[in-house]
Design a protein. Structure first.
Length: 253
């Protein structure tokens, strides 16, 4: 069974490793190419854009892909939409691996907004010290609110820097523990956090730290994703593939 994983997440890397270990699958992992030095992957990697729906469909046909797995970030809605359309065009079975969203618990002070521009507005006019827990390519709109001091942590350097007078840049790769993020928030005297509801444990430290420090989190809502078959864990994907393989064998495929 030849499998293409659309990745860029910890789950995609873990899934690729689990599939490679079985020796039963021919697996390739596709990365968007936005990170300068991605982590080593356990399977062959394709990096860069496919060129939209038609480009992905062409790849699926040309490489004779049997199964497409969308294990991209929950906010990579454009890529997920392309995957759904390309799978439909080529009749390639598609499964989405979608990590569950974080649930608000007692003590959380979340302000949910639709998008980045709404997050900028939610900060208000009074100067604040803000931790921007977003991708480095998503922070440009905050230049419209230069009264705030911004802390930006990213895997790669932010270039060009945010066009504001007060910004602090850190380069680091997660996961980050609650203790690490609490120390970070206290050291920089942060009083508000902008974040995505990414789900999973790798970046939950800042959410737990914000709760402990009674800080508000301006949380970007998840985008709408295609209505395709989906599961929540790597184990679920393996079970689905076992079923798909058994079904194909029973049909004599």
């Amino acid at each position: 069974m030849k499998i293409l994983i659309l990745g860029g997440t910890a789950e995609a890397r873990a899934l690729a490793g689990r599939l490679a270990e079985t020796g039963r699958f021919d697996v390739a992992l596709s990365l968007a190419g936005r990170t300068a030095k991605p982590l080593p992957q356990p399977v062959p990697v394709r990096s860069g854009s496919f060129g939209g729906v038609e480009g992905l469909a062409h790849y699926l046909r040309g490489e004779k892909i049997d199964v497409l797995i969308d294990a991209t970030h929950p906010y990579a809605d454009a890529i997920s939409a392309n995957a759904a359309h390309a799978a439909a065009l080529t009749s390639v079975p598609l499964l989405a691996l979608r990590r569950p969203a974080w649930e608000k618990v007692e003590g959380d002070q979340w302000i949910e907004v639709e998008g980045v521009s709404d997050a900028v507005a939610a900060l208000g006019q009074v100067p604040r010290r803000v931790f921007l827990a977003l991708g480095r390519n998503e922070i440009t709109p905050f230049a419209a609110a230069p009264q705030h001091t911004y802390l930006v942590r990213s895997v790669d350097p932010v270039d060009p820097p945010l066009a504001v007078p007060h910004a602090i840049y850190l380069t680091a790769r997660g996961p980050f523990s609650e203790a690490e993020d609490r120390a970070l928030l206290e050291r920089h005297r942060i009083d508000a956090i902008i974040a995505k509801n990414s789900g999973g444990g790798a970046t939950y430290g800042k959410i737990a730290a914000a709760r402990a420090l009674h800080l508000p989190v301006i949380m970007l809502k998840r985008p709408a994703l295609p209505d395709v078959e989906s599961v929540g864990t790597v184990d679920d994907v393996l079970a689905w593939l076992d079923h798909a393989g058994t079904s194909a064998a029973s049909r004599g495929v």
